[in-house]
Design a protein. Structure first.
Length: 411
C-alpha cells in the first residue's frame, strides 16, 4: 500500500495563532478507498489528514486499495461484490473502531472496496459520521456525470438503468454493478439515512446534492478546501505560456483546449502529477511536463501568464484553479459546475462557454495581449484566495462541523 500521507507544504505564512485549546482535540477516523490512478478523493484525504494531525487531532485511517485486486476478470468480480456488500470490510472496520474509539468518522470515497454499511454501524455505536463529497457518487453511478464524451444527468431521479443502457463503464457487468449499487443506495439509504453531515466543497455541489441526492438540505454544509498560499504573488505578464494543470482525463476539456491552442497560435503548456494516470493522450509536439513535487508544481504556475480550466463536467471545486490564483495568476474557466463559483467573470478571471473552443480562444487572447487586464485579474484572484481559502478558514469550518455533529448526537 502507498504511503498514506505525502509531504505537503502548507501556507508559508506564520503558523495559525490561537488554535490550541480553541477546539477539542478530536479523535478522527478517516476512511477511503485508494483507486488506481489516484484521483482527487485520495489526494484530498491525505492532505486533510496531515492538516488534522498538524492541528493536534489524533487520527487513524481505514483504507482499501485497488492495487490489492488482481488486474484480471477476478479482480473485477471482487470489486463488483465489494461495491454491493463486503462483510469483511464491515467486520474489519468494526474491529478498528473498537480499538481506536474515535469521536468522529470522516469518509471520503468508500467505493468499491469499503461497504457503505459502515454508516449504520457508526450510528449503532453512537459515533457521528461525516462524508466529504468530492465527486458525485451519490447521484451518478460513475461518479462524474460525464459519459461517452458528454455531460450526462440521465441517471438522476431514480433512473440508474441508464448507466446500463449506455454501458457507461465500457464493460457491461461493471455498468450493471454500478447501476445496481446506486439503486440500492437510493432505495435503502445506508448513507443518506445515517450520515450525520455531508460536506460539500462548493455552493454548486451543496445545491446539487440537496436537489438530486435525496439528502436533507440541513445535513449539507459547504466547507471549501484550503489552498497552500505562497508568501508573495507574481506578475502574470512575465509568464510565457498558457497553462493547463489538471489530470489528463476525459471530461477535463483537453481536446477543446488543444483546438483553442490551434486557433490562438499561442504557446500552451500542459502539466500533470507523476502519480496520476494519463487517460487522454497529448499529441506529440505539445509542450508538457510531469511534476514530481509541490515546488515543481508551484514553479509551473508561476511561469504561466494564465491558467485555463476547460472542464466539461461538474467540478466540485476546482483546486488547481484556486492554487494558480493564489500566485496571482488569472484563470480562464468554463462556465460549468463549481468553476462558475471559483471565478468571478471579469473580476478575478474570465469565463467561457464549456466546449466552445472559439470562445475560449477569444478569452485567452484577451488576457495574452492586455497587460492591464491580466494584472488586474491576477491581483483580484490572489485577494479572493486570501479572503476565502486559507488554512485557518478551512480548519475552523471543519472543526465546527465536528463540534456540531458530536453535540447533536449527545443531545
Amino acid at each position: 500500500m502507498r504511503s498514506s500521507e505525502p509531504d505537503i507544504q502548507f501556507d508559508k505564512r506564520p503558523p495559525v495563532a490561537g488554535q490550541p485549546g480553541k477546539f477539542k482535540p478530536w479523535r478522527v477516523f478517516h476512511v477511503y478507498t485508494e483507486h488506481r490512478g489516484r484521483g482527487g478523493a485520495e489526494r484530498f484525504a491525505e492532505v486533510n489528514m496531515q492538516l488534522c494531525r498538524r492541528m493536534g487531532y489524533t487520527i487513524d485511517t481505514f483504507t482499501r486499495t485497488s492495487d490489492q485486486l488482481p488486474h484480471n476478470l477476478w479482480g473485477r468480480v471482487q470489486a463488483g461484490i465489494g461495491a454491493l456488500y463486503d462483510p469483511s470490510s464491515v467486520r474489519d472496520f468494526s474491529a478498528r473502531m473498537d480499538s481506536f474509539r474515535p469521536d468522529v468518522v470522516h469518509v471520503y470515497d468508500y467505493f468499491p472496496l469499503i461497504s457503505p454499511w459502515i454508516a449504520p454501524l457508526c450510528v449503532q455505536r453512537r459515533v457521528p459520521i461525516v462524508m466529504h463529497c468530492v465527486h458525485y457518487r451519490l447521484t451518478c453511478p460513475v461518479a462524474t456525470h460525464f459519459s461517452h464524451g458528454e455531460l450526462c444527468t440521465r441517471c438522476t431521479g431514480g433512473r440508474e438503468y441508464w448507466a446500463v443502457i449506455r454501458n457507461c463503464r465500457g464493460n457491461l457487468p461493471e455498468s450493471i454493478t454500478v447501476a445496481l449499487h446506486n439503486t440500492l443506495m437510493r432505495k435503502l439509504g445506508p448513507l443518506t439515512k445515517n450520515i450525520s453531515r455531508f460536506i460539500a466543497p462548493s455552493e454548486f455541489t451543496r445545491e446539487w446534492l440537496a436537489e438530486h441526492a435525496g439528502v436533507e438540505p440541513e445535513k449539507i454544509t459547504t466547507v471549501m478546501p484550503f489552498v497552500d498560499i505562497p508568501a508573495t504573488g507574481v506578475d502574470p505578464c512575465a509568464g510565457g505560456n498558457v497553462a493547463f494543470a489538471c489530470r489528463f482525463a476525459e471530461g477535463k476539456g483537453i481536446q477543446t483546449l488543444l483546438e483553442s491552442g490551434r486557433i490562438t497560435g499561442l504557446p500552451f503548456r500542459f502539466s500533470r502529477s507523476e502519480d496520476q494516470a494519463a487517460g487522454v493522450k497529448i499529441p506529440e509536439g505539445v509542450d508538457q511536463v510531469i511534476t514530481r513535487s509541490r515546488d515543481e508544481l508551484e514553479a509551473f504556475y508561476r511561469g504561466a501568464r494564465m491558467l485555463v480550466f476547460p472542464s466539461e463536467w461538474f467540478e466540485t471545486f476546482g483546486l488547481v484553479g484556486a492554487e494558480a490564483m493564489s500566485h496571482g495568476i488569472p484563470v480562464v474557466a468554463a462556465r460549468i459546475g463549481a468553476l462558475a463559483n471559483l471565478v468571478d467573470d471579469e473580476v478575478n478571471g474570465l469565463l467561457f462557454e464549456p466546449g466552445n473552443a472559439a470562445h475560449m480562444a477569444e478569452q485567452i487572447t484577451r488576457l495574452w495581449y492586455d497587460d492591464d487586464l491580466c494584472r488586474r485579474l491576477g491581483r483580484a484572484a490572489r485577494q479572493k484566495v486570501l479572503a476565502n481559502w486559507t488554512v485557518e478558514e478551512y480548519f475552523g469550518r471543519l472543526a465546527t462541523v465536528y463540534e456540531e455533529v458530536t453535540q447533536a448526537l449527545s443531545a
